[in-house]
Design a protein. Sequence first.
Length: 742
Amino acid sequence: MFSKIAGFCRLTFALLLSQTLWPQQSGITGSIRAHNSKQTTEPIIGAAVYWLVSSEGTISDLEGHFFLPLKIGEKKIVISYPGYKTDTIEVAGRNSIDVLLSLDNTLEEVVLTAKTESTVINSLHTLKVEKITRRELLKAACCNLSESFETNPTVDVSFSDAITGAKTLKLLGLDGVYTQILKENLPLIRGLGIRYALESIPGPWLQSILLSKGAGSVANGYESISGQINLDIKRPYNMENWYADIFGDTDGRIEANLIKRIIINEKLAGSILTHGTWKKWRRDMNKDGWTDNPAKSQWNLMNRWEYQSKKFGGQWGAWYYDEDRLSGQISYDKGTDQGPGMPYGIQNHIRRAELFSKTGWVHNKHQSTGLQLSASHYQQKSSFGQRNYEGIQNGFYANLISQLNKGEELLGTFEHVFKGGLSFVWDDYIEKFMIADKSGQRHVPGIFSEYCFNPNARISLIAGMRADYHNIYHFQASPRLHFKYAFNEKAVLRASAARGFREARVLAENPLLWITAKVIALDDQLFGLESAWNFGTNFTYKTEWYKKPITFSTDFYRTQFTHQVILDTYHSPDTLFVYDLDGESFSNFAQAQVEIEVINNLDLRLAGKLEQVKQQFKDEGLLYKPLTPFYTFLANAGWESADNHWLLNFTTQIKGPQVQNLPLSDENIWEKSPVYAIFNAQITYKWKEFEFYTGGENIGNYLMPDPIISGENPYLPSFNAGNTWGPIGGRMIYTGIRWRRL
């Protein structure tokens, strides 16, 4: 293992060194903080940073950081923020500065405080979009995307089964296949790779995550049904010059990241992002003879470039990902024969490569055009006992968008905004599973238009329509409507209605088909199209409680399927049935959340949600979908010391009962799981350019009893590893170090 780590480090260092030796023109990076009325220091968001002579500049971000490209002949920069003294700083010969602003005593009657929100909801947007900032992501280990929602009450992430290590997220009570996952508005996780992709995106690469419930804009495609997760990768002009970290836990996992920014000049910049994961230890906490979490190795490399000018801008990049997994019974050795009387093993090798591009032209104040392009290759080769799966997906995506602004400009948005464009999706699938061979090409040209009406600061309306032609499922329409009404600056009501559709890849999306010895009954007819209507409303209210900010929000959503693929585990103990929906399928979702600063620097988040998900099964009728909690409660408390050196975070989740994934009894009664609680905590210490953190997950060491049914007979139909309603691994303690050089 250590030889691989050393090789990875040598390769990464060589790549980074080759970039740093290029001729470069640096800029000025820095951070801006200020004393507030309580004499503690906090980041300043939106401070103006500009050159003294030319007045060209930028503003500080949500963490108080900024980057200002060099300007020939300039030696001094100006930093200003309302209510604070303006500073003029000599920067000749320097490439980074840290600034501490002081209150302007001439404005004694004005008391200003600046506090970075960890989750931001912009009241001006028509859609409710939660921006999960870097500050929120650092409250937990956040080694990859699947671990980025531990403090978020909306998204649930769990293992899809007890032995493959594949993770799935749930939004509005629905499986993650119905959530559109984007990388800066480019489709990222879709098709064959959806079951393992959550762990392919390193958390330290993320600057923020944009989360929205329900269907999003028609400009982003047709596959959004329950919501959108848009990942904002660190951008060259708004990131550290160097970043490095290393992480280790008691499960035997080691992770490392190394990131370098490359500034060529004030218009062109790039970055190299590298990641490695190593886990050789196969742990069996519950002593059932099976690996709790797979052994794996993962390599991740991204190179991206960004160009900025007044009329033209663009981003271009390449991403490569490679992962090996080994799981199954502890007694299984990689590469050995499998069959009755022999140990059961799982081997999984995944490769993914992508080229991506985003370019935009600003014609004038009222017109702009953008072009998004992506080409990707995904390959998976797996064995599950005596069953083998191979999948290859080659994909291409193109999206041309044009925007026209008309009318008066209000709060940065025009009264009338027209958006339209053309899209094209092409996929070539090759899938082999046992004797099944599901191959073929898909091409979906589409056209879309969207109109946004902003008559005043209170009302906003977005009406959109997509028309796509699928070469298998023919014409599909996707209407979408979003409405916002602001009662005042504190209270905002939103509503939405939309239709989305997607093609289900049944073999790749259902690990239960891989890891069972049951007979698999697939309908002979072509199936795979899933479509649904989503209706939702939410209300957000921001006020103060004893002079402390408080935010209250509620969400209500219903998703009604018109077509859906059903995996029926209820009907028979010996057979898995897969068929098209014949009847009703829906999800009802309600959530209430409150966030409050209890005392200085102590934030509290309380949230509760109810989920009702039902499907029509052929012989059993309308029943609850297995493994969806009826209710969930989350509490998160975060404290930060006045000097910003210490950060403490504690999270607890209480999961309500779930219908277990078991065949119905003779009395047609389903079994429910018990209520349980999970506790996570983390402590962080900041010292100069370093952050030291340690924490624990599942501190109470709660373990689901018997996660694998008939584990001693994995080659018989009675074997069941798909009833994972709770944790299958026990307490995990972790520690890590982060280093940043601005």
